[in-house]
Design a protein around this ligand. Sequence first.
Ligand code: M6R
Length: 353
Amino acid sequence: GKSGYDHYMLKEINEQPTALRECFRGRLDELTGRVKLSELGNLEPNGIVTFVACGTSYHAAMVGTRLLQERGIPAQAFLASEFNLDTVPINPESVVVGVTQSGETADTMRALREANSVGATTVAVTNVVGSSAARETDEVLYIRAGPEISVAATKTFASQQAALTMLATVLSGQRSRELVQELRAVPDQIQSVLDTSSAREIAETYHGSDAYFFIGRGYHYPVALEGALKMKEITYTHAEGFAAGELKHGPLALVSADTPVFAIVTGDGRLAEKTIGNIKEVEARGTPVVAVTDGQSNVERYADHVLEVPASSSVTSSIVANVQLQLVAYWTANQLGRSIDKPRNLAKSVTVE
Ligand code: M6R
């Protein structure tokens, strides 16, 4: 049941700390900084690691791509429906990773089967034991998020990002006590967001808006896309996510006083500084700005509202920042009286191409 929550979505958002602890259980060694994924065989990527996925899982695949690239392993992500052996050179040396919560998505399964057909090593990052993806790939990494009932993916996205961070660490042979500690801290950081978030008030303020825009750079870019996907699927309002730097190349023509812009800005580095520059462009048009921030930069000065997240490294801060956007989408849909757990026209598992 919904354990007292009005919707499965809110229950599952609140389950994220538990889901992540389960994802990490037995896999992180704080003493050595090593990650151990005992179910995985010896994967030695030779050439480009290719991710295939759809929807929210594709956003996680974008995170996975960046995680590998940062560790010196070339990687690329494809929407599974766009993956094709005619255009993507896959050979028996290739590693192809399908990210799929259900393990049943038709587009992702087709891509994995094509990769199998040429003898590539295929890996499933999935939540469902015994799913098609788990059965038909060479290797499986379970995200252990527990069942997700709401059509909107929430806790499974957090667990996918966490699992892919561990996978990138293993594939690159990285040992980092700092990273292991940061991962371990994420469940408590999410709990503090759940306990203190002002997302509901922000949703009440802006629930009649014409559109919502989300911007971020680096790991925050896929989170901006995910924030927009959640918003559109459960509120039925136009929402788009952009790489913050792209705003001025077109989308800026859309912003107005009726299109709040959510900007994810953490740390105080170059990326934060540049996103703040993009926020100033938006603000000059009278557009409300909501900053999701850890308070390390001076973004508050340019924002109308702030959604706080604890300070941490870039990938873990993205996992936590996303929770604020899940809550904004949830409370906005709630204000609008939408069918939150079963949005119109959508299915939890998409078994047609
Ligand atoms: O089960 P999968 O992860 O393969 O599903 C892929 C998408 O259909 C899914 O992530 C979808 O975008 C979400 N339910 C949206 O919230």
